[in-house]
Design a binder for this molecule. Structure first.
Ligand code: GTP
Ligand code: MG
Length: 178
């Protein structure tokens, strides 16, 4: 039915966005899904929900079911329940917020505790568009990612920098790892 895409994987890959409140998880997913960015008042995510997206990797359609979680501490125990059967995790910090970067080690500890051993992990330094307010250099993100043996990119939900690429990289890992 399609000359270019030969195959649709039957499997749906559960992919979860994680990281402190305010790092831009919802913004990143909205940008990926709709191409739009809403600046202005920040409203923290309260519930949990998912968006289905199909990403094309080398002639194959990869189905991602992308879950957006609430970063606020009081919702953590709910979020843990979603780790167990996740295939991929996008773990975000905000390059303008040092605390959100320092907390990545704790997040990776929780991931080790609750997620499957072979889960695909992508560390993302978001808000890369914020030049003057930047608190974390790209090299620091790269170093942390290397230490934990996870993939790394800087992204911007505002400019769109690396947004599609981050999800594509995850889909690619999922296709070729399993
Ligand atoms: P919780 O739902 O509480 O976990 O937060 P979240 O991680 O979903 O953060 P959200 O996407 O709601 O973004 C928080 C604030 O940061 C919002 O005001 C966004 O507009 C802003 N923001 C998100 N991503 C970017 C980005 O890449 N660049 C800039 N400049 N601002 C961003
Ligand atoms: Mg949110």
């Amino acid at each position: 039915e399609n000359d270019i895409l030969e195959d649709t994987e039957q499997k749906t890959h559960k992919t979860i966005l994680l990281g402190d409140s305010g790092v831009g998880k919802t913004s990143l997913l909205v940008k990926f899904d709709t191409g739009k960015f809403q600046s202005g008042n920040f409203s923290a995510t309260v519930g949990i929900g998912f968006t289905n997206k199909i990403v094309n990797v080398d002639q194959t359609r990869i189905k991602l079911q992308i879950w957006d979680t609430a970063g606020q501490e009081r919702f953590r125990s709910i979020t843990h329940a979603y780790y167990r059967d996740a295939h991929a995790l996008l773990l975000l910090y905000d390059v303008t917020n040092k605390t959100s970067f320092d907390n990545i080690r704790a997040w990776l500890g929780e991931i080790r505790e609750y997620a499957q051993g072979d889960v695909v992990i992508m560390l993302l330094g978001n808000k890369a568009d914020c030049g003057p307010q930047r608190a974390i250099r790209r090299e620091e993100g790269e170093r942390l990612a290397r230490e934990y043996n996870v993939c790394f990119m800087e992204t911007s939900a505002k400019s769109g920098q690396n947004v599609d690429l981050a999800f594509l990289a995850v889909a690619r890992e999922l296709k070729y790892r399993q």
